[in-house]
Design a protein around this ligand. Structure first.
Ligand SMILES: [Mg+2]
Length: 192
């Protein structure tokens, strides 16, 4: 089970083998959001409510296309931090215990330069070497396991806003501690 949190101050870093701790953190709708960014679920609901008789395949294709177009646009938008003070404090706490932070996003690698600009626009340091892009082609837990080859015994704290990602990481790393970041934002996830 993942633990719901509304601030990064609620992330409890205490774990076994603390000196090997890796904190894996999502970007969109976790660290920051862009006003134009909407989740896949948003477009799915929108298409489904407008074309209730279309096949699931067609609804999937339409919502994927809309999601990808919107996602590209949102890279050019200045982001708004969800909890900058809490996040900076979390980075300090990780540093104090000698742990490591990894950013893991479903964005494509081609968004790296926008991502850097967005990090810096809210005062966060961007480092390409600890920022990873799955391009939505591999689950996050599988990415950590297969691409980064992080041992299953490594203490991992994972922070994300989507259940799908949290569940996959928990499945791959049963000993990990997973936090669901909840940001009550009227601009996302609420199709009108
Ligand atoms: Mg996210």
């Amino acid at each position: 089970m993942s633990i719901p949190i509304y601030s990064f101050n609620s992330v409890d870093l205490s774990m076994d083998r603390l000196n090997e701790l890796i904190v894996v953190c999502d970007i969109d709708n976790t660290i920051f959001y862009t006003r134009s960014f909407k989740t896949y679920a948003y477009f799915y609901k929108l298409v489904k409510s407008n074309f209730p008789n279309n096949s699931e395949d067609l609804i999937y294709a339409d919502s994927s296309r809309l999601f990808n177009e919107n996602r590209k646009d949102s890279y050019h938008t200045n982001p708004v931090a969800t909890d900058l003070i809490g996040f900076l404090r979390l980075l300090d706490r990780i540093r104090e215990i000698g742990g490591k932070i990894i950013y893991l996003t479903a964005r494509p690698k081609s968004s790296a330069s926008f991502t850097k600009t967005q990090f810096e626009s809210i005062g966060l340091y961007y480092d390409d070497s600890n920022t990873h892009y799955t391009n939505n082609t591999i689950h996050k837990g599988d990415y950590l396991n297969e691409i980064l080859e992080i041992d299953r015994m490594t203490p991992i704290i994972f922070i994300d806003d989507l259940d799908e990602n949290l569940n996959n990481v928990l499945q791959t790393y049963p000993n990990s501690k997973c936090y669901k970041f909840i940001y009550d934002n009227p601009n996302i996830n609420n199709p009108k």
